[in-house]
Design a protein around this ligand. Structure first.
Ligand SMILES: [Zn+2]
Length: 244
């Protein structure tokens, strides 16, 4: 069976005889991998299309639900790459790693494709704001995974105006009115506002992560997400060493 799709490249992994196994996030939001034979040889005409986060048109040949599907063609349509921009390139690697873990073979979730496309465009437009784009993606990935409670009202008492002080397993976001906390352990003021910004803005307008509330919130959501994915990811370790 031959199938052609729009997709975003996630991870290329070296395979036998100079080939690559490449995973993609398809336009339907499903993870799909295939083998590109001979793609690592110097003569290979398509290797540049396998850069993580490239938007491509890819052809697969083989049985449905098979790991041995072959990639027959792969044409680059858009690359979010900004040459020489370290921070943006590190964030691209993190995003590719994240979506490679979250997207599943045989499960379609179009929100994932829309989210990653939007982040790719934002990275190309504003490479200097790459860390904000990453925080935006992490927030929406948690939402797509059903792990992010709505921040409008306190999950314990329903109050909508008191500051959020913690995120708990049982009640989600909890507020100062019902949850006494040591001030040194409470989340800083402005968490609800930061979450509201994340929920309502477009990827290219993702809020900066430097201010106290944004920084703490980003760390909290990131550790929640990475914990769900089984610990840290190599791309995050590299990013932390280089830019954080
Ligand atoms: Zn409360």
């Amino acid at each position: 069976m031959l199938e052609t799709l729009q997709a975003i490249v996630l991870r290329p992994t070296p395979f036998q005889d100079g080939g690559l196994v490449v995973s993609f996030l398809t336009e339907h939001g499903e993870r799909k991998a295939g083998i590109a034979k001979g793609a690592r040889k110097p003569s290979a005409k398509w290797v540049s299309a396998f850069e993580p986060l490239s938007l491509v048109r890819v052809g697969f040949f083989g049985k449905e639900q098979s790991d041995l599907r072959r990639i027959t063609r792969c044409e680059l349509q858009h690359s979010p790459l900004t040459l020489g921009h370290l921070e943006s390139n590190l964030v691209m690697a993190c995003l590719a790693d994240l979506f490679d873990r979250v997207a599943k073979e045989g499960v379609e979730d179009e929100r994932l494709f829309r989210l990653l496309s939007a982040c790719g465009r934002a990275l190309k437009e504003h490479p200097d704001r790459a860390l904000a784009t990453l925080a935006y993606a992490e927030h929406w990935l948690l939402h797509c995974m059903g792990l992010l409670p709505h921040p409008r009202a306190c999950g314990a008492c329903g109050n909508e105006t008191t500051p959020i002080v913690t995120l708990s397993e049982d009640h989600g976001w909890q507020c100062a009115a019902c949850t006494p906390m040591d001030p040194s352990e409470a989340l800083p003021p402005g968490i609800r506002e930061h979450l509201r910004n994340l929920r309502t803005c477009a990827a290219e307008d993702a809020p900066e992560t430097g201010a106290e509330a944004a920084r703490v919130c980003t760390e909290l959501l990131r550790s929640r997400l990475l914990k769900e994915l089984g610990g840290t990811l190599r791309s995050y370790d590299v990013m932390r060493r280089m830019v954080m």
